[in-house]
Ligand binder design. Sequence first.
Ligand code: HEM
Length: 364
Amino acid sequence: MFTAQRLDATQAVRRKKVQELVDYVHESCRSGSVVDIGQAAFTTIMNSVSNTLFSIDLAHYQSDLSQNFNKLVYVVMEESGKPNIADYFPFLQSFDPQGIRKRITTNIEKLLNIFDGIIDERILTREKTMSKESKDLLDSLLNLADQENSSQLSLTNIKHLLLDLFVAGIDTTSSTIEWAMAELLHNPEKLTKAQTELRQVLVKDGLVQEFDIAKLPYLQAIMKETLRLHPPGPFLIPHKAETEVEMCSYVVPKSAQVLVNVWAMGRDSSVWQNPTSFMPERFLESEIDVKGRDFELIPFGAGRRICPGLPLAQRMVHLMLASLLYTFDWKLAHDLKPEDMDMTEKFGFTLHKSEPLLAIPIKV
Ligand code: HEM
């Protein structure tokens, strides 16, 4: 699903979904209404991912289903990120003293029910049409499960795999777009610089394509700088030590849970100059990338557990940001001044903006 070849083959789907986002923002321009950037990005990414996985749109802008799905994913992420006393005193696990496990389970069950419906419907269609064509990931997985020698892959596995991809991919990517837009509106001179690059480099047909990304170094630097300051997974996903290891004279015992604080690493003043300032320029002259080879910047993790969705996330973030910045000018809602923006973060499993970014698009 995430190889360059496969992603090239599915780029038309993402292009279509980003065009729908642009159409929605055009409509907001005409009516002079405010756009909730995080929510709009969430809907676009959810539909890009759901079309890649099972060829349907799961949401529409401002629809209840989109908001509901958003809420379900959000609660799972928020609750998973809360310090849970039962993690420190395992004998408390069955009592679930803070109710965290119960709230996560309830919401995950609701999400799994949605996937159950989609899988059941697909199985029925395949039976009716007697077709085993592999149009998307769900078809490929069902074909795999049908093969006699791969009976280890059950429908429950498929359901959970789909859930994993959704939960891990949508909130992280939309939060990156919201933060990038927030930092640009907070630093108007960087916003102008990004728009100048886009409008100089791209041909004037109003359509940004994934292959344009390579020609946009400042846009790429914006994504890196956003992930340095606001990594959506501030502690990655918990890891476990396979053996006892000694690091910097600390002993990490076998089986200890290890949280990697990439949020603090991104703000370490011994590594970064002016660490709390948003300065994409720092990456223009530097080879540092987010692909897990430069340990000062690992918002996707590194090594064997690195985020498998990295190639897709990079394409989606760049494409959506480029489209929003190329097609529109932006100002903050309610006549808010850039210096008065609330840039505080809210820690959950993913790092969110405390206050949603509300902005007014202006047609260029
Ligand atoms: C800007 C966007 C994203 C960021 C910053 C991000 C970050 C991460 C991080 C930090 C991890 C854990 C790595 C570790 O434990 O060392 C992870 C795992 C993962 N990510 Fe992403 N991710 C993003 C987008 C995506 C997308 C678009 C998908 C797929 C649709 C995806 C799918 C996954 C999956 C399946 C895992 C593994 C979960 C597991 O271990 O069970 N991610 N991601």
